[in-house]
Write a protein that binds this ligand. Sequence first.
Ligand code: T1G
Length: 691
Amino acid sequence: MILINDAATLDNDGATAVLTLHNPPVNALSRVLREGIAAGIEAAAADGAVEAIVMICEGRTFIAGADIKEFGKPIEGPSLRELEDIVESCPKPVIAALHGTALGGGLELALACHYRIAVPSARLGLPEIKLGLIPGAGGTQRLPRMIGLKRALDMIFTGAPVGAATAHTLGIIDELAAGDLRAEAVRFASDIVREGRPQRKISEEDGRLAGEDVEAAIEEARATHGRKMKGFDSFEKALEAIANAARLPFAEGMAREGEIFAELLAGAQSKAQRYVFGATRAAAKVPDMAADTPTRSVTTVGIIGAGTMGGGIAMNFLSAGIPVTIVEAKPEALERGTGIMRTNYEASAKRGRIRPEDVDRAMGLLSPSLDMADLADRDLIIEAAFEEMAVKKDIFARLDGIAKAGAILASNTSYLDIDDIAATTKRPEDVLGLHFFSPANVMKLLEVVRGEKTATDVVATAMKLGRDIGKTAVLVGVCHGFVGNRMLSARQREANKLILEGAMPWEVDRVLTDFGLPMGPFQMADLAGLDLGWNRETSKGETIREQLCEADRRGQKSGAGFYDYDDKRKASPSKLVEKMIRARSKADGIKRRQISDEEILERLIYPMINEGAKILDEGVALRASDIDVVWINGYGWPVYRGGPMFFADTIGPAVVLTTMRELEERMGADFKPAPLLVRIVEEGRNFTGAV
Ligand code: T1G
């Protein structure tokens, strides 16, 4: 065996050289690995005894891409493109042996090899779009030549990996390895040499694209991906780069791909998306908890409440193969709840998101019940009942006498005090919050709310369980609304004032949707239902929202709320609501005025940032980036803006502070700057340290 460098070794298996790569944790293409590959290929090519070369990785995966941590720094050692030229021009066949996830630059390097073999469990993809980039080492030019424009467009715009079997069908890989990958790759290399198979250079293949209708493929990509890609600089640029595979000779297409990649890499959006990549991983780490903190076994789950939240929460566990007992007080509520779950699964199967057989498999793990005593043996019990403290305290007091020792007792409350709830039990150390976001079977965010007495292993179990059911779990502390909803309340307070001062709900919403959020505060209110927490007996009709409920305009579900809705739930501004708002302004003695989009945006976003600063200062969030992860995964904050705290850093905390002070002067204490905001401006720091 020859040690090429710290990341590469070369040894011979008969007439086949095996270049083994080792750059944990994911064999990212950092400089040492690029240098190792270049030297290893050149050494094997120069060895007369070598007839073929296998490139294989140690560890859990083939190369998972360029080293994201090197972005923005000067390239040292051979670039990935130079490496690909060395590989593709090698006079001996180079076979990439794939396992784990061959992603981004890893797949691009494999496409520059002459052949590819993979284990059935391997996945291959070009996820650069998720980083605000495009494949920058030939992926936009080689992949279309291999699988056609349409499929390449889909792979690049979804950024989702395909499994080895699909890759084999598409022709991205030449063989599926039946047994040991290394042995199979060496055998495949020998077959190639013995059969005298040609050195396949995808860069020289134009045939596949000759007949493609480029315009049709582009239009189809716009129709399929355009909505999701709204606001992303990378969308149009990726379309151009990929279409060039059919429009330009390889070298010209590569040159243009490089220019576009460099532009995006230097841009604000990619910087934000790369920050989010790191922030999401950081959120999974709990500072005072070792990675090997013991966790409790959770193999069965109980849920109290089969409403929208309870049913959605249950689906997360059922889909992960974990049996769930779901308890309701009334048979008709139980039947309605379980019926909605089945309907949701059937809709997913119809859209091809799950296999038809998965519907019965998941529902077969569900045990509906009308008796809380049936939760006695559950490892984890989640309360998803009415959002009222008295109701929750009663349930937890009863659970304390039912649940087995060591069971984890969680509330899905979205605002209320977990410590108060825990105090109704004799086991506060087993109690925490698991705050799912609606629709709970869809939204990625899970706020894990750590109570004052919550045991460390319970927190560790919840964070791991969040990952196991496909959520992005963020650890938060106890306060009213935890992280996300506490900041949402600050925004809602301003939104409610703005429509009395002169803006209309649809103007406020538009400012936020133009900013990149999926919907504004009034669209959200109509979707959730205006009557959440409203009670006709106690309603005083003091707010627009109360007036709407009294007029039976309860939101989308009643066909009218802040907006009017047609039978397809298409929203339109309401003359009646406009009249109601103007009358309320007059009754409150407010002289309405024209309010600029800029003021609306500042009044909505800066108080959120200010609340985030308080949340950080109080230790309710561990990191500024955790706050950003909450808002991206729980409320659809545009990933290309990095999150509210990253956004504050891009505009400058001093700008936020100055504006807050002006607003405080003009509008009062709601805009009093948070002490942390003042401090970081005085100290010349920022929230995330990432800008
Ligand atoms: N570069 C640097 N570090 C990386 C990395 C990468 N590409 N991918 C992962 N890591 C780190 C990650 O930060 C974490 O570090 C550890 O590895 C485990 O990651 C030219 C320009 C591979 C599916 O976008 O999707 O190639 O926190 O917790 O859940 O066209 O990591 O332990 O210090 O996510 O098992 C394209 C990104 C790059 C793949 C593994 N590639 N990575 O998931 O582990 S751009 C990607 C992933 C590119 C070319 C372009 C996942 C994974 P730490 P993890 P995991």
